[in-house]
Design a protein around this ligand. Structure first.
Ligand SMILES: *Cc1c(COP(=O)(O)O)cnc(C)c1O
Length: 333
């Protein structure tokens, strides 16, 4: 779809998105924890997108993409093909802009996700995940009705929008030594890299994937995009099988490293956020923190940014995740 699109987005696109999003999305808080700072001997800056509208950063990219459609495209409406946070982001962004939205979802998608998406006014079109390809279903719909597809990460306006979270972070904190960013298809990481290189050139930016879904790590080593089997992890927002064409180019050019986090490390971080900062963070939202906590020598004495990407997690599952691990401060706490 993006073949022939040569120029990669730059920091200018991220700054423009930041202006467009002002007053539309929340400027989420940057929080810290004295206890965590003391434990690791560093200064943490957590950018809390778990407090963002729809409960995750994805409203930033979705709104930035839909707002830039032509009047004619807006009249035709938009389509997307994700059942996660991106579906709700597209549904809300479309409603705010007076555009109709169609979300292609598997017929067995959790009822709560379908209800949330419908609650924002989107129409759901079901497909059979065993026999149909969701992207093909979305493309057929788009072709039939002249609708624009808003993909979850591999789009210049989507990734520029996602970069505004890191942009806000750096504007608030000034330069940082390291920044840890969750990595799925790479929209959040590539946008964050554009912001970091402009506002904090010396900052080491680390993308973090679930250990079971390390396609980004493999791709960086191979020097080309690697596609993996469908991964299984509790980090359900980062289960992509490969990076985007566009996002990979930016990540390959700019990223310092890609780290991995196991499901157990995600549970420890989830428990830590609940215990010390009284925050509910979803497993995928814990990727950055889990990787930072796993490299105490690298973070000691430094100013550490961590992007907390979202907070949408089923409460029964949340209880099981945090009950299944010890506190990061040891069993005495
Ligand atoms: C989508 C998502 C990610 C991954 O973002 P990409 O742009 O696909 O890399 C991380 N965390 C949360 C909460 C998400 O919803």
């Amino acid at each position: 779809m993006l073949a022939g699109m040569s120029a990669l987005p730059t920091i200018d696109a991220v700054r423009a998105a930041g202006q467009l999003l002002e007053g539309v999305v929340h400027r989420t808080p940057v929080r810290s924890s004295r206890r965590l700072n003391a434990h690791f001997g560093c200064q943490f800056y957590f950018k809390c997108e778990n407090f963002q509208r729809i409960g995750a950063f994805k409203i930033r990219g979705a709104y930035n993409a839909i707002a830039q459609l032509t009047a004619e495209q807006r009249r035709a409406g938009v389509v997307t093909f994700s059942s996660g946070n991106h579906a709700q982001a597209v549904a809300l962004a479309a409603r705010l802009l007076g555009v109709s939205a169609t979300v292609v979802m598997p017929d067995d998608a959790p009822a709560i996700k379908q209800a949330a998406t419908r609650g924002y006014g989107a129409t759901i079109v079901h497909y059979d995940r065993n026999h149909q390809d969701r992207e093909a279903v979305a493309k057929a719909l788009a072709a039939e009705h002249g609708q624009a597809i808003v993909p979850p990460f591999d789009h210049p306006h989507v990734l520029a929008g996602q970069g505004t979270a890191a942009l806000e972070l750096f504007l608030e904190t000034g330069p940082l030594d390291m920044l840890f960013v969750p990595l799925g298809g790479g929209g959040l990481l590539s946008g964050s890299l554009l912001a970091a290189r402009a506002l904090s050139p010396g900052c080491r930016v680390i993308g973090v994937e679930p250990t079971a879904g390390d396609d980004g790590h493999q791709s960086l080593q191979a020097g080309k995009r690697i596609t993996i089997q469908q991964p299984h992890s509790i980090a359900d927002g980062a289960l992509t099988r490969q990076l985007g064409e566009l996002t990979f180019q930016i990540i390959q050019r700019e990223v310092d490293d890609i780290a991995l986090a196991t499901d157990e490390q995600l549970c420890v971080a989830m428990r830590c956020f609940a215990e010390t900062m009284k925050m509910v963070v979803e497993p995928t939202g814990c990727l950055g923190a889990a990787a930072a906590f796993a490299m105490p020598a690298a973070i000691a004495g430094k100013r550490i940014g961590v992007l907390i990407s979202g907070g949408n997690v089923d409460m029964v599952a949340f209880g099981q995740y945090v009950a299944g691990v010890d506190s990061i401060f040891g069993s005495a706490t």
